[in-house]
Design a protein around this ligand. Structure first.
Ligand code: ADP
Ligand code: MG
Length: 435
């Protein structure tokens, strides 16, 4: 028969059972894998056994990895659930994806019930939707939730995930700190207010006494001293009241384009009067650049910086005021070649009553509140104060405003320098510190 069929077909027939078994094993394996079955011994002999064993090993490794991930996720959830802050994860369209139990307590946001709802739908707050869309989360949003009006929350947002499209919202209960801060603020405001009237009365009487012909000559000197100290107290009270007013809310009210070059002219007149010709005062102003902001507040901040440069530098110092477009937005800069400030003082300069040399600051009529006022004003304008200084070389105080606050009077006109022959100066590359 073999002879009649020929060799090849005869071999094929002989191999058929073998090929059939191979095919069957392959199909079985494919089916097991497709149905995600676990491969368990006994495994077939030979090459297929090797394949089965290798796949079984992979499966085991995968199972271990999955278990590890599940354990990790569970531990992470447990940790997130025991955090006292509200944690909410939003998807890229700002819809709730997950929240911890504290979110129910603090933000009235229940997960999984509120899954998929827009955050501003669940946690109603007038500024929230805009805050989330703005994308600038440098400053937290303070909010009182509707369901519990006694609470004060600080909401912080951090972008995360793929291309930073998701948001992690952290809501912290700051009720206690907020109330303490209110008490402190009100106390300072009330105490300053209460001191104002008696000080006015004392100053009035001192003035009459100093002017009166009946005052014995020996009393004149103490009277002058009493007058100057009363004046100092009045300045402190006024500065404290200014700070209290600035603390009332986060953002400056009555925003309008402020003609900064005009303001600077006025400030420089005061500076020249204070200097009495002891300083070289220069300016370099972009006459066409105006600034969106509160005029009185900005004037007070700029004036503080310019007068500081006069007050805290010796005779012969050069003071330069620059107003123009910086790398990002408008910049107001005051630089001097005075004694400079040691690095360790720089981060603390904007603290209330912080002075490097208290006696000297007092003698120059300083209250130690000027830079605190500057910082508050700038915060309310979304601006930053940069202080760069080196002992022996001088100091540079720069107010950096956001690009959006620039207003051009006439886009066609370029910047012009009022001090002829003085090249434009950028703040030097000194060790800088923000505040
Ligand atoms: N241009 C400057 N050069 C050197 N020191 C300065 C300058 N500006 C401010 N300071 C220091 O910072 C301190 C705080 O400034 P400020 O808050 O305005 O208070 P003050 O009422 O003393 O001016 C000053 O007492 C002074 O020691
Ligand atoms: Mg000052």
């Amino acid at each position: 028969m073999l002879v009649r069929l020929g060799l090849a077909p005869a071999l094929l027939i002989a191999l058929l059972p073998y090929l059939g078994r191979q095919l069957w094993l392959l199909l079985r394996l494919t089916r097991l894998i497709r149905r995600q079955h676990r491969l368990v011994p006994p495994f077939p002999h030979g090459l297929w056994g090797l394949v089965y064993r290798s796949i079984a090993r992979y499966q085991q490794r995968g199972r271990k990895e999955r278990k590890r991930q599940v354990r990790f996720t569970r531990r992470f959830r447990e940790a997130a659930n025991s955090v006292p802050d509200a944690l909410v994860i939003l998807d890229k369209s700002k819809r709730v994806e997950w929240a911890n139990p504290a979110a129910a307590l603090l933000m009235n946001l229940h997960w999984p019930q509120d899954d998929g709802r827009h955050l501003s739908e669940v946690f109603e707050h007038p500024g929230l939707a805009e805050y989330l869309d703005r994308g600038d989360y440098a400053r937290p949003l303070e909010a009182t939730p509707r369901h519990n009006k006694t609470l004060m929350l600080s909401l912080r947002v951090a972008p995360f995930g793929e291309r930073k499209k998701q948001r992690l919202v952290v809501g912290r209960d700051i009720t206690k700190v907020y109330h303490l801060n209110m008490i402190r603020r009100d106390f300072v405001a009330n105490a300053s207010h209460e001191l104002r009237t008696p000080l006015t009365v004392i100053a009035g009487f001192l003035e009459s006494l100093a002017d009166s012909a009946l005052t014995p000559p020996g009393h004149r000197r103490p009277l002058v001293l009493m007058q100057s100290q009363t004046q100092r107290m009045r300045h402190i009270v006024e500065d404290l009241l200014t700070l209290s007013r600035l603390e009332m809310d986060d953002r400056a009210a009555q925003i309008a384009p402020v003609p900064v070059p005009v303001e600077i002219d006025g400030i420089l007149a005061d500076a020249r009067a204070l200097s009495g010709g002891r300083h070289r005062i220069e300016m370099q102003l972009d006459q066409n650049l105006l600034l969106l902001g509160n005029e009185a507040e900005l004037r007070s901040a700029f004036s503080n910086l310019v007068l500081n440069a006069i007050k805290h530098t010796p005779t012969g110092s050069r003071v330069r005021v620059i107003w123009g477009k910086g790398d990002d937005g408008p910049e107001f800069t005051v630089r001097d070649d005075g004694p400079g400030i040691a690095a360790e003082h720089i981060p603390r300069l904007t603290e209330r009553f912080y002075r490097i040399d208290t006696a000297r600051s007092r003698a120059s009529g300083g209250t130690g509140l000027g830079l605190a006022i500057v910082k508050h004003v700038l915060n309310r304008h979304d601006a930053r104060l940069l202080i760069a200084s080196e002992v022996g070389l001088g100091s540079v105080f720069t107010c950096q405003f956001p690009a959006a606050s620039a207003v051009r009077r006439d886009a066609a006109a370029g910047p012009q320098s009022l001090t002829a022959g003085v090249p434009p100066v950028r703040p030097p590359a000194l060790p800088a510190s923000g505040s």
